[in-house]
Design a protein around this ligand. Structure first.
Ligand SMILES: [Zn+2]
Length: 447
């Protein structure tokens, strides 16, 4: 009897310690006065967008200095790593008590170039029109970079309890050559080594159009070969997590599409359905390797027939595909041995992170608190993010930008009039902070 009573007391004591940890966090979150941080987030985003980090040339040093000053004024330890003239990464850290492994907030500071002629507000103005903040990088990815910086500022000022280090890493050159992240991983891997989680951007597909050159032999032969390549239907291959993705998004589709997506494997056996699905550019890349003809070069002058011509293909392979085998298939489709085919950039093996992790579950939970109807699903991305470089270090990496945008706004990424609604920035800073604060104070208890 006595022993049993003792046990019960011990158990109660344990529970009360755990509860008080959680209560402390909830109290912390409730005590924050969001209004002023939200105003500050929008103001700082405008300021950040005014720094021209068009890549090339990049000039991310200016953006790194912006964060450096900001973090210094909040007493957050940080370092600018200049690795080439005007090219720099910035690293900042808030130390946790060391119980758990670090969480990394990763963002890139460079943006793609902008042609100001077609913009309603100049691309480096950070101007607000109709409640939307305009600027190159407003979606890719100065919005997320700034939200991550805000999370650091709020965590420092509000003295967020931390069981893990909170690392902020802003890199250069993501849009062109990944030299910034490559420098970190080669020279200072200790900055991220041992981290358990990483949050960065989600990518959307990047595409372009080209035209077929006119006149004579070298260009003509190339044009014929490329016509075969462009019409080539690569085989359909259904990956398990893509199958799961379709199964889950069926919930927001109408019939008869919904039933088909729910059992996509069976549905794809119908050739008419397979063709229709492949005809949807948002679905096509999920089920097959894709090839886009992007660069075509021939003569510089209309009346000169060139003796050589060349083109470039953007090839995206599904995870698990063998690049050499693909190259052999491509040669067979081109079927012209006077056309040389060479890989022009290094092949990057696709990778992914599992969804049964604390960070994933926390994102799901916080998203649903803010929008009960939101669907949180793992997705195969047609684009590229730096997650690919950090996952091999054993860090669970996800794209998560807590900003809801319409398809119309989405299409401005890498295009004219890139912008983000100011109220989404205001909401986003709170969501991201909640995710980070929870993950920074919890251990993954599920195996
Ligand atoms: Zn990006």
């Amino acid at each position: 009897m006595k022993r049993r009573a003792l046990l019960a007391t011990t158990l109660l004591a344990c529970i009360s310690i755990r509860a008080s940890d959680e209560t402390r966090l909830e109290m912390h979150l409730r005590a924050i006065r969001w209004d002023s941080y939200q105003d500050q987030a929008v103001r700082l985003l405008q300021k950040y967008l005014r720094i021209d980090t068009s890549n090339p040339p990049g000039n991310e040093q200016a953006a790194a200095e912006f964060f450096h000053k900001l973090f210094d004024s909040y007493g957050i330890p940080n370092t600018v790593f200049t690795y080439a003239p005007a090219r720099a990464n910035l690293y900042a850290v808030l130390k946790g008590d060391g119980t758990l492994r670090p969480l990394v907030l990763l963002n890139h500071m460079d943006v793609v170039r902008a042609e100001p002629r077609n913009w309603k507000a100049p691309p480096f103005s950070g101007q607000i029109l109709n409640g939307e903040v305009y600027g190159r990088g407003a979606l890719d990815m100065k919005d997320e970079g700034l939200l991550q910086a805000m999370v650091m500022l709020i965590a420092a000022r509000e003295r967020l309890p931390l069981k893990r280090d909170l690392v902020f890493l802003a890199t250069a050159d993501e849009e062109v050559g990944d030299a910034g992240s490559a420098w970190v991983l080669k020279n200072r891997p200790d900055l991220v080594r041992g981290a358990e989680y990483l949050i960065t951007e989600t990518a959307t597909g990047r595409g372009g159009h080209g035209s077929i050159p006119i006149s004579d032999s070298a260009p003509n032969r190339l044009a014929r070969a490329m016509a075969r390549v462009v019409d080539w239907e690569t085989p359909v291959r259904l990956l398990p997590f893509v199958e799961e993705y379709f199964h889950r998004i069926a919930a927001i589709e109408k019939e008869p599409m919904a039933s088909k997506l729910r059992d996509i494997r069976a549905a794809l056996k119908d050739p008419a359905f397979a063709r229709a699905l492949a005809g949807d550019e948002d679905y096509n890349y999920l089920i097959r390797d894709t090839v886009s003809l992007t660069v075509l070069k021939g003569s510089e002058q209309t009346n000169v027939i060139p003796d050589t011509s060349s083109c470039e293909l953007d090839v995206r392979l599904l995870p698990g595909e063998d690049p050499q085998a693909f190259l052999a298939q491509l040669r067979a489709v081109v079927a012209d041995d006077r056309i040389a085919i060479e890989p022009i950039s290094r092949y990057r093996a696709p990778n992914s992170s599992p969804t049964n992790t604390l960070l994933y579950r926390t994102i799901e939970q916080v998203v649903h608190q803010h929008n009960p109807r939101a669907l949180v699903v793992p997705a195969l991305n047609s684009g590229y993010t730096e997650s690919q470089m950090y996952r091999p270090l054993g860090i669970f990496s996800y794209g998560f930008i807590p900003v809801e945008i319409t398809p119309e706004l989405d299409s401005t990424e890498h295009a004219a009039n890139e912008r983000v609604p100011a109220d989404q920035i205001r909401r986003g800073v709170k969501m991201l902070y909640e995710v980070v604060a929870r993950v920074a104070n919890q251990q993954d208890t599920q195996p």
